[in-house]
Design a protein around this ligand. Structure first.
Ligand SMILES: Nc1ncnc2c1ncn2[C@@H]1O[C@H](COP(=O)(O)OP(=O)(O)OP(=O)(O)O)[C@@H](O)[C@H]1O
Ligand SMILES: [Mg+2]
Length: 1039
């Protein structure tokens, strides 16, 4: 009995399948590694950063569609060899689609959901591309086949609906009536549950008809996306197939609803990640998807026997509509799609976790009886009773005219009702077929025109929506393109930044050219154009902010080439390249040879091209809504904040500038993405909503374009600490470098080893061997004398700056007081640090790290940065204690603090180690690539590298240390000379004489510099030679 019980319960568990797609171009370019493996129904995922860390999941079905396939002559992706492991569309259908269909034919409600990150293959599995038809079209094809084969035993009625949920609004994708503001309503009915009020249900009787309806729906989706300035990856697409089977002989009617759901990209709900954004709390980037996750979690918990008080179905439109699919009356299948690339590890792992929760959900599916059929049954039963009464009246010979009349009236009424119910379907079908015929004629005409005329076709970020809109430049003559739709010679388009009359196409002597109307934005092949330009077949056009089209020339110019490479990424890469940003430029920064793109930089490159059109759109919305701010992409070099100065990674940020006040904000990538969605909403409400749009400006605190001012990180300087390990004072002028490599300022600084009371140490205190410091007290002062040439203040005098820094394990960053309105402010800021007993860790830190001095920009109205002294310990002399572990050995009462500081230090060390490993690995990676590229030179390179490595090994010999110390001293003055040279510039008003004077001075400074440098190096060489000679004599090599 128990076994049966389990069987019964598990029968209706949500079935989960996982499918892995092939690498896409980006992933191949990045040299991605596959981190997913499959065996039978198990799927394992390996953490690319820690290969020992692998997790295995088990699902009802797993599909390997990553490798082992080829394209056959019909364009179908099939296994390379018969019986190969590659799962093609047919095999996925046979498991999942057929199951859904069988359930529907038995009279159960059935649901199929596709879940996964953007671009992971949801639409490929559900809808398919070209001849690789997905689950939905194949399911419909088989449904009609089945209907036809059993025509004698039952009558079937199929209704098809298609809708989109975008931003909690329901859009009917089959309705020709223009969208009502706010979308269609979702209502609740006792019997039907939740349903979309007024959703179009089209009766269908063939798969071709369904395919055409899907095409129509996709077209509406594409135009809706441009009109709402929306990204289709954020929207959910639902297809509802209602199947009604009337078995007249058995007097049974079965009715089932098939829900086919292509969900929005799953990563969107986390787009803000852990980043703080003032407006994050009020936003649900995709409320429906977040709620779906919550519903699934709650249902999974229920299945595990946990007490769950509330399942939040009512919190979003999607979960309302899927209520029966999840935990209700439906047989449900989820297909989770994955990219197997290492760069998608986090997303893929999260998809697998999600899928694992979903498979616990238990449903209670029952065979459905149609309410309409029950009505017919009831009416028939009533008629039978009426007839009985009539015949009884007749038999009894009673003459009750009134009663008989009434009974006959009722009978006729009922008969009419029955006939009406039964003939409704035929009528509907006839009407739908008429509709369909006109649609079909349009499509046939479009196909014919494609064979005759040049045209432009849309390219969308979502590959599924590309090529859906085709705009023809028909006969000879001129064609306006723009928002206007008032003349037959106008090609009407909509989109951000499109003008009433945007440009003019001219079709003359079988040549097509485009002329932008003044003030409108037209880009051809990445280059903005302002004059007439002739178009070539497959030219790329960007109109307005981001309406992207591919130009298809006259049929004679087409030669059967593959157009698919001109996808959205292609357009954006081309635009970026025209702006001077390409993957090579990132590598050149790194001192790498241009033909060796570092795979770790590719994500930055793709982030850049992904954000680029979003920035253009944000700028257009800002302009139209008169927000007065401008957005600009910047690449941040993270080496700025690394205390070892490693060129670790790069990241993207968005600089926001107020056009009027010149105030500046820096937004992280995640914050910008979040804000962009909110901007779209605001824009939609204020501009795009048509009648009834809410045109009241948003209050400031909810305005996505606005933020309170914050101090801005302008750049960093590195002050190397090595001299402190020898107790040598250092006076240095360091350059503050901005995120894009610009010189933000010069800082005059000092590091002064001193006594506990702050008196500078003398020459005698200089150490020959730094290890002498171990266990001893070390005091030193950091002096920030002056800031010169502050670019930030030069740009706007009402600004100020502060400098922040953090020494070794000091728990908080410290800041200098703010200085305002001065390009070369004197600071005279002095802080003394004390290590009570110098530890080996501190010594290592001093010898290999720099103090990162961060320059922070202040603007009028923004609060200043304040040093927080929480957890900072002071000596009696009011010096800041660093190297906390050694300090705690002095005072046992402070063990708790030291625990914290030791874990902080351990973390710090771990991080350092990781960074070192990272840097080493990257170097290694570079070398390996080089070896691969030039195998012949490989051996020599390797030898050279080993020799270099040998020569770098540090010597501990005291004599060496002394020689180095002398060299170091002389280098300090050489460096000073170099700084002087750098700052030596001719005056802006200098005349010829002035320039001559400048050149003379410069030559003199240069000569002085090279002499000093020469002398230092010669002395070092001589010293080292003498030491080596002495050593060899001592070891008696020549004796
Ligand atoms: N199994 C597969 N075999 C071959 N190509 C695939 C497969 N799955 C996906 N692709 C390709 O990957 C690309 C992205 O797939 P798709 O459009 O299905 O992603 P998606 O998950 O629907 O993304 P979005 O959330 O943006 O809608 C398409 O070009 C598609 O052809
Ligand atoms: Mg898709």
């Amino acid at each position: 009995m128990r076994v049966r019980g389990i069987e019964m319960a598990s029968k209706d568990c949500v079935k989960v399948a996982v499918r892995v797609r092939p690498f896409n171009k980006r992933e191949r370019d990045a040299g991605s590694r596959c981190v997913i493996s499959m065996s039978s129904n198990n799927i394992s995922i390996q953490d690319p950063r820690n290969p020992q860390n692998s997790r295995t999941f088990t699902f009802d079905y797993t599909y390997w569609s990553h490798s082992g396939f080829s394209r056959n002559k019909d364009g179908l992706f099939v296994p390379e060899e018969a019986g190969g492991r590659y799962a093609d569309q047919t095999s996925v259908f046979l498991d999942l689609g057929q199951g859904i269909l069988d359930n529907a034919l038995q009279g159960y409600n059935a649901t199929l959901l596709a879940y996964g990150q953007t671009g992971s293959g949801k639409s490929y599995s559900m809808v398919g591309y070209g001849s690789n038809k997905g689950l939905i079209p194949t399911l419909c094809e088989r449904l009609f086949q089945s209907i036809r084969s059993t025509q004698d035993s039952r009558q079937c009625q199929v209704f098809f609906s298609m809708l989109e949920i975008y931003n909690e609004q329901v859009v009917d994708l089959l309705s020709k009536i223009s969208r009502s503001a706010g979308g269609l309503r979702v209502r609740e009915d006792q019997q039907r549950g939740f349903y979309v009020e007024g959703l179009k249900r089209v009766p269908c009787d063939s798969a071709v008809q369904v395919e055409q309806l899907m095409e129509q729906g996709t077209r509406t989706r594409t135009t809706a996306a441009t009109h709402m300035n929306a990204n289709s990856s954020r929207s959910h697409m639902l297809i509802i197939v209602q199947l009604k089977q009337i078995f007249s002989k058995e007097c049974i009617t079965k009715q089932s609803n098939i829900y086919l759901v292509d969900l929005a990209g799953s990563e969107r709900q986390r787009s803000s990640g852990s980043e703080a954004d003032r407006l994050k709390e009020g936003t649900a980037i995709n409320l429906s998807l977040t709620t779906l996750g919550n519903v699934i979690s709650a249902l999974a918990d229920t299945a595990l026997g946990k007490k769950v008080v509330h399942i939040p179905y009512r919190d979003s439109v999607l979960t309302k509509l899927l209520q029966s699919a999840l935990g209700g009356n439906s047989r449900t299948v989820m297909i989770a799609t994955l990219s197997p690339a290492d760069i998608c590890y986090e997303e893929s792992l999260s998809t697998l976790r999600y899928a694992e929760r979903a498979k616990r959900i238990q449903n209670k599916a029952v065979v459905n009886e149609s309410p309409t059929e029950r009505l017919v049954k009831e009416l028939k039963a009533e008629n039978a009773k009426l007839l009985m009464r009539l015949s009884r009246l007749g038999q009894e010979g009673r003459k009750a005219d009134d009663e008989t009349k009434e009974l006959r009236r009722l009978l006729t009424h009922n008969e009419l009702q029955i006939r009406a119910i039964q003939t409704l379907w035929e009528q509907h079908l006839q009407e739908a077929l008429k509709d369909w015929e006109t649609q079909y004629a349009t499509i046939t005409q479009e196909r014919r025109m494609m064979q005759m005329h040049p045209y432009i076709m849309n390219i969308n970020e979502d590959a599924q929506l590309s090529g859906v809109v085709k705009l023809f430049i028909q006969e000879e003559g001129e064609w306006d393109i723009g928002l206007a739709d008032n003349s037959p010679r106008v090609i009407s388009i909509r989109g951000l930044g499109i003008q009433e009359k945007h440009a003019v196409f001219s079709n003359q002597q079988r040549r097509v050219s485009i002329t932008p109307v003044s003030g409108s934005k037209v880009i051809v092949n990445g280059v903005p154009v302002s004059k007439r330009i002739e178009l070539q077949h497959l030219d790329r056009l960007v109109l307005g902010s981001n309406s992207t089209y591919l130009f298809i020339g006259f049929p004679t110019e087409r030669s059967g080439e593959d157009w698919s490479r001109y996808d959205y990424d292609y357009f954006q890469s081309e635009l970026a390249e025209a702006e001077g940003f390409h993957i090579q430029s990132l590598c050149e920064d790194q001192g790498q040879r241009p033909h060796q793109p570092d795979p770790s930089l590719l994500p930055v490159f793709y982030d850049y091209i992904k954000l680029m059109p979003m920035v253009t759109e944000a700028n257009q919305m800002s302009k139209e809504l008169k927000k007065g701010v401008e957005f600009k992409l910047e690449i941040k070099n993270l080496a700025m904040t690394d205390s070892k100065g490693h060129d670790l990674e790069k990241d993207i940020a968005v600089r926001v500038t107020s056009l009027e006040s010149k105030q500046v904000w820096m937004w992280s990538k995640a914050k910008f993405v979040n804000r962009k969605f909110l901007m779209e909403e605001a824009y939609q409400q204020q501009v795009g909503g048509g009648e009834g749009a809410d045109r009241a400006p948003l209050p400031r605190e909810r305005d996505p374009f606005w933020d309170p001012l914050e101090p801005l990180h302008l750049g960093s300087a590195h002050l190397w600490l090595q001299s402190l390990a020898f107790r040598i004072p250092l006076e240095e002028q360091v350059e503050v470098v901005g995120p894009e490599g610009t010189e933000e300022a010069i800082l005059q600084t000092q590091l002064v080893p001193c006594s506990p009371m702050g008196l500078p140490l003398g020459e005698d205190d200089i150490l020959i061997d730094p290890s002498e410091l171990l266990g001893k007290r070390l005091d030193f002062q950091l002096v920030l004398d002056q800031c010169c040439g502050l670019r930030w203040v030069k740009e706007a005098r009402n600004r100020g700056v502060q400098i922040g820094f953090r020494v070794f394990d000091c728990p908080q960053p410290l800041y200098t007081p703010a200085i305002w309105h001065n390009v070369n402010p004197l600071m005279d800021h002095r802080v003394q640090f004390t290590a009570l007993r110098t530890s080996q860790e501190l010594l290592n830190y001093l010898q290999s790290n720099a103090l990162v001095l961060e320059l922070w920009g202040l603007q009028e109205g923004c609060s200043e940065l304040v040093s927080c002294m929480d957890g900072v310990k002071m000596t009696q002399e009011d010096n800041i204690i660093i190297d906390m572990i050694s300090a705690s050995e002095h005072s046992t009462a402070e063990t708790r603090g030291s625990d914290l500081s030791s874990s902080l230090r351990a973390l710090h060390q771990d991080m350092e180690q990781l960074r070192n490993v990272n840097a080493a690995l990257r170097k290694e990676n570079g070398c390996l690539r080089e070896q691969l590229n030039s195998a012949r030179n490989g051996v020599e390179n390797n030898r050279g590298r080993q020799e270099r490595r040998g020569s770098l090994r540090p010597s501990c010999d005291a004599e060496f240390a002394k020689a180095l110390k002398v060299f170091y001293h002389s280098m300090t003055s050489v460096r000073g000379q170099l700084q002087r040279l750098r700052r030596h510039k001719p005056s802006e008003e200098a005349d010829l004489l002035g320039f001559r004077l400048f050149v003379d001075e410069h030559t003199y400074l240069l000569k002085d510099f090279s002499e000093q440098l020469e002398q230092s190096v010669t002395t070092l060489k001589q010293d080292v030679a003498a030491i080596v000679r002495r050593k060899r004599e001592k070891s008696g090599i020549w004796s």
